[in-house]
Design a protein around this ligand. Structure first.
Ligand code: FJE
Ligand code: FE
Length: 342
């Protein structure tokens, strides 16, 4: 099997991969088998004011203003994603470019491809993924682990399944402000064990970024961001503050929940809910099963967005420059010259 087969099979954010085919690096498929780890951790119990009381302290509660099912689509090489942010009905929710729930079984995956101008956050839900980049970084994240990658001025990397069977997770693309688009690439890896948790009355939260129930994440977010993974047992409720001026949305991972207003209809998994402005969100699980959802918020950049597949800049001129840099292995893409993933 020659590499050409894969060029044809791969698309990047709707563009045929061939258009981004690199003159220096070849795209080819590889995989490694890694053991999946699973473990359990005690949730931190916090004493705080009663949740129901807190509901009444939202001066300006957030409501659901858009509810969209994230349907399945093909991405990468044989991978399937449910795209919520980034789909035609919801092209951009400043500063968020894409949220994908990905479903991948080897040999499918996301072979060698570039990024510039934003961050990707990969949060594994099931299985494991191995990442390799053109600067020699390599790592495997497993269920519950997070990789927070700042592509900045340029990354070329591969993201491939590391285990047998179905690997699933969330990948969020967060735009960078014009002053940060060309920063040095950077990785923050948060292993499941190190992710802080809090909980009270049938509610558990993993704090990937930002703060909940008085517990803060150590992740440094260049674009101020909140990323919380909530699990509500049957009949539980939660009332989470969100900075007033931020854009925020919910992605339902499992179960169904009532969001924003107690008498609204329950919404099932794989829906994205865009929230109105406000200082907090209330959520109720009226069902008999657990509800799991991600609550994601960020400070809007309020800047123009010029986008070409995996390159996100402010102007078309910067996009042209980026394509040139990529093709000539310059201005951050130097390491592409002889690199391909293994
Ligand atoms: C990418 C197409 C892609 N969603 N979810 C084009 F598919 C990708 C890409 C991903 C991706 C990777 C993972 Cl691990 C999970 C994803 C899209 O890699 F970056 C471009 N440019
Ligand atoms: Fe990528």
């Amino acid at each position: 099997m020659g590499p050409t087969k894969y060029y044809l099979a791969v698309s990047i954010a709707g563009l045929p991969y061939k258009m981004l085919n690199h003159p220096c690096a070849h795209v080819y498929i590889s995989r490694k088998i890694n053991r999946n780890s699973s473990s359990t951790y005690p949730y931190q119990k916090l004493k705080m004011s009663s949740a129901s009381h807190e509901a009444s302290v939202f001066q300006n509660p957030r409501f659901v203003v858009k509810n969209i099912l994230a349907g399945r689509q093909s991405e990468g090489d044989g991978a399937v994603v449910r795209r919520s942010i980034g789909r035609p009905e919801l092209k951009y929710l400043d500063p968020f470019l894409i949220l994908d729930e990905f479903y991948v079984s080897a040999p499918a995956g996301f072979p060698d491809h570039p990024h510039r101008g934003f961050e990707t956050v990969t949060y594994m839900l099931q299985g494991a993924f191995t990442h390799q980049d053109f600067a020699g970084h390599e790592g495997t994240i497993r269920a519950g682990d997070v990789q927070w990658m700042t592509a900045g001025r340029g990354i070329i990397h591969s993201e491939m399944p590391a285990g047998e069977g179905l690997q699933t997770g969330l990948q969020l693309w967060i735009n960078l402000s014009s002053k940060d688009k060309m920063v040095e690439p950077n990785y923050q890896e948060l292993l499941s064990n190190d992710i802080k948790r809090a909980g009270i009355d049938g509610v558990q939260v993993k704090i990937i970024a930002g703060e909940s129930m008085g517990v803060k994440s150590p992740v440094y977010t260049r674009t101020p961001t909140m990323f919380l993974d909530f699990t509500l047992q049957s009949k539980a409720e939660v009332h989470q503050k969100i900075p007033e001026s931020w854009n925020a949305f919910v992605y339902i991972i499992e179960g169904e929940g009532v969001f924003g207003s107690l008498n609204s209809s329950p919404v099932p998994a794989h829906h994205v809910l865009v929230l109105s402005p406000g200082d907090g969100l209330s959520v109720w699980n009226k069902s008999s099963k657990a509800l799991r959802f991600a609550l994601i918020g960020g400070e809007p950049l309020n800047e123009p967005v010029a986008r070409y597949g995996p390159f996100v800049m402010n102007t078309e001129e910067e996009i042209d420059q980026t394509i040139q840099d990529y093709q000539h292995c310059e201005n951050g893409f130097e390491m592409a010259k002889f690199w391909k993933s293994q």
